[in-house]
Design a protein around this ligand. Sequence first.
Ligand code: THU
Length: 162
Amino acid sequence: MKMKKKIEITVSLEVIQKSEWSKEDRSLIERAIHAVEHAHAPYSNFMVGTALLLDNGQIFSANNQENVSFPVGICAERAVLSYAMGNFPNNRPVKLAVVAKRRSDSTWATVTPCGLCRQTINEYEVKFGHPIEILMLNPGEEILKASGIDQLLPFRFNDLNS
Ligand code: THU
């Protein structure tokens, strides 16, 4: 019998307990947590905060900005990347932290970047030829760390010419 040909990709995330967070990761998460409070999420009540570290040491933060016309709203990750890349186009994004909470909850919600945001992160990895680390806070206050977008977006579309 003919074996079916397969292409397989294995992905992995590192799980980092709070006691083991690096100083850099901690400060990025703290900036994202601060940004959650200013989310404009009156429709979903799902508030997302993000912080982006650039290679010049600058950190920018943003949050989701929803709209009464739902598709007009923008996710926190694309908001921060648009701002940072629009203003500092020559500074490579190093790592991106994402945190989320439901308005009525006191614990963190599980969050990973949506498909549009994954494709956007991919764009800047390709632009700079370097992976961007993605840190996601989980409800147990652990960081889930992806070493790059390939861990969240396997089989990604990143080349018009291949
Ligand atoms: N959202 C983000 O901002 N980032 C994510 O990673 C997940 C989803 C926003 C979009 C919308 O405003 C709300 O969360 C609910 O989907």
